[in-house]
Write a protein that binds this ligand. Structure first.
Ligand code: 13P
Length: 344
């Protein structure tokens, strides 16, 4: 199999019908924010125990999850019984992935804008991750909406590094998951859905133009975008149908059909909103790419709160995770209904 063929095969497997991606790649700072919800100290062991609870949710992993995004620590970490996490995932036929960016930092010359770092030495790291079982990688570019942002410069800079990252991944035989996130939960976070649509459209247009310039094989990548929504603190809250329609229209206008799939981030939406929006989009039908989930919070929050850092709660937490995974798997088929959620 040529590199291109195998990248396409991995990308397609990640967006297989009725499956999606679990984003479990919270950095140390982000997982600390999540653990603060349950008052749990962040240690190497607590991070391991929490992620082991998720990865050993056999029903969720084997039926509804195609891939898991890890951080470097987890890719190289072992479960309590000594089994490497990536082997645990591979045994469930789940593809291990890896977050390879090094975070977003203020972009000089702008106000409120950031640029993601991590290109230096990336090709060496990618070869190492590929040897350690990673089939795909993720890089997140952040686009904030404020009175002064985004600028054309901020969008272009982020699109350019996303394209360089994607090309480096493909050279290493790893599928890039390209994540330009137009923030819904930034500051002030009160923008309208129209403003989000305009910024998302410009961002995706610029990202695909840079991807083409960089020679990225569109059939061997996935896109991980935000949905088109109002900011989380906006006064007017659009309906599920409006979010679905505007998101699909924006994607149709910007994402080539050669891309096998689009796996959304949840970006601060509630669990049920993230599921309802995805299902409504898929119910529209006739889409040129698969649409599925690559959620962090919207897949994990219920499980985290149920777990509460206690071993005795592991089965209940796994049941909560499995339920959310099943709801989103139904949404990836356009078959979720609110009453199915209530029947949990
Ligand atoms: P959320 O679904 O919590 O937004 O996280 C997804 C992700 O991977 C952000 O980079």
């Amino acid at each position: 199999m040529s590199n291109g063929t195998s990248l396409n095969a991995i990308a397609k497997k990640l967006v297989a019908s009725g499956k999606g991606i679990l984003a479990a790649d919270e950095s140390e700072g982000t997982i600390a924010k999540r653990f603060a919800l349950i008052g749990l100290p962040v240690t190497l062991e607590s991070r391991r125990d929490y992620r082991e609870m998720l990865f050993r949710s056999t029903e969720a992993m084997t039926k509804y999850i195609s891939g898991v995004i890890l951080i470097e620590e987890t890719l190289e970490q072992k479960a309590k019984d000594g089994t490497p996490f990536y082997e645990l995932l591979q045994a469930a036929d789940v593809i291990p992935g890896i977050k390879v960016d090094r975070g977003a930092y203020p972009l000089p010359g702008t106000r409120d804008e950031k640029i993601t770092e991590g290109l230096d030495g990336l090709h060496h790291r990618l070869e190492h991750y590929a040897r350690n079982g990673a089939g795909f990688a993720k890089w997140r570019g952040v686009i904030a909406i404020t009175n002064q942002a985004p600028t054309r410069n901020g969008i272009r800079a982020n699109a350019h590094v996303l394209a360089r990252y994607a090309a480096a991944c493909q050279a290493a035989g790893i599928v890039p998951v390209v994540e330009p996130e137009v923030l819904a939960d930034g500051e002030p976070g009160d923008h309208s859905i129209e403003r989000c649509e305009e910024v998302t459209r410009e961002t995706l247009d610029t990202v695909f133009s840079e991807l083409r310039l960089a020679g990225v094989d569109l059939a061997g990548m996935l896109l991980k975008p935000n949905m088109v929504t109002a900011g989380v603190r906006a006064r007017a809250k659009p309906s599920v149908a409006e979010v679905a329609e505007r998101t699909v229209n924006t994607l149709r206008a910007t994402v080539p059909a050669a891309v096998p799939g689009i796996a959304f981030l949840s970006g601060g939406q509630s669990d049920e909103e993230a599921t309802a929006h995805l299902s409504a989009m898929n119910a529209l039908g006739g889409l040129p790419w698969k649409l599925t989930f690559s959620y962090g919070r919207a897949l994990q929050t219920a499980a985290l709160l149920t777990w509460n850092g206690e071993e005795a709660n592991v089965p209940a937490a796994q049941a909560a995770f499995t339920h959310r995974a099943r709801m989103n798997a139904l949404a990836a088929l356009g078959e979720w209904r609110p009453d199915l959620d209530l029947a949990a």
